[in-house]
Design a protein around this ligand. Structure first.
Ligand code: ATP
Ligand code: GLN
Length: 143
């Protein structure tokens, strides 16, 4: 299975110092994705069990009542990862590499600008709050 990369990125609009990479993925690939992210120094990740439909799970016919019956939804995991702008493409590439099977239902990634980060324990904001001890920027500046 050859590697498919995200197409080259335009400048993100709106511009922001931080972005949230929000990936909706197959539950059974999440462990693989999160350990690969951890290996590259991504230490802050939030996951939720969600259900959704896209091309994989969506109904092609509408029922009389126009409500979607619940069993059309497919179990997915949502991973949310807030990173500095310069780390966004690396995180996306890694998720693509680890989550992709090539079959319908591999998921989607949404990129959301984040206005600020506040660490509750210390009151730090911005870059100080977003940085993690031993995180990607520590690892890369240690070379
Ligand atoms: P502290 O040094 O006070 O522990 P921290 O930055 O390590 O601060 P936590 O309090 O451990 O943050 O984080 C709480 C939760 O916030 C984590 O379990 C995770 O769900 C979420 N989280 C933290 N950082 C991120 C991030 N960069 N992206 C996504 N989720 C994050
Ligand atoms: N940008 C942070 C750092 O390099 C890591 C962010 C994260 O783990 N989500 O320390």
């Amino acid at each position: 299975l050859h590697v498919i990369r995200a197409q080259s990125s335009p400048d993100y609009i709106p511009d922001s110092k931080f972005y949230k990479v929000e990936a909706i993925l197959r539950p059974w690939r999440v462990q693989q994705v999160s350990s690969a992210l951890l290996n590259m120094g991504i230490r802050g990740v939030t996951v939720s069990d969600v259900r959704g439909f896209g091309a994989q799970g969506g109904s092609t016919e509408r029922h009389g009542g126009s409500e979607f019956s619940e069993d059309k939804f497919v179990a997915k995991v949502k991973m949310e990862i807030v990173v500095s702008k310069d780390q966004v493409e690396g995180v996306i590439d890694k998720i693509m590499e680890e989550a992709r099977t090539g079959e319908i239902g591999d998921g989607k990634i949404f990129l959301v600008p984040v206005s600020d980060v506040i660490r509750v324990r210390t009151g730090e904001r911005g870059e100080k709050a977003e940085r993690m001890a031993g995180g990607w920027s520590d690892i890369s500046s240690a070379v």
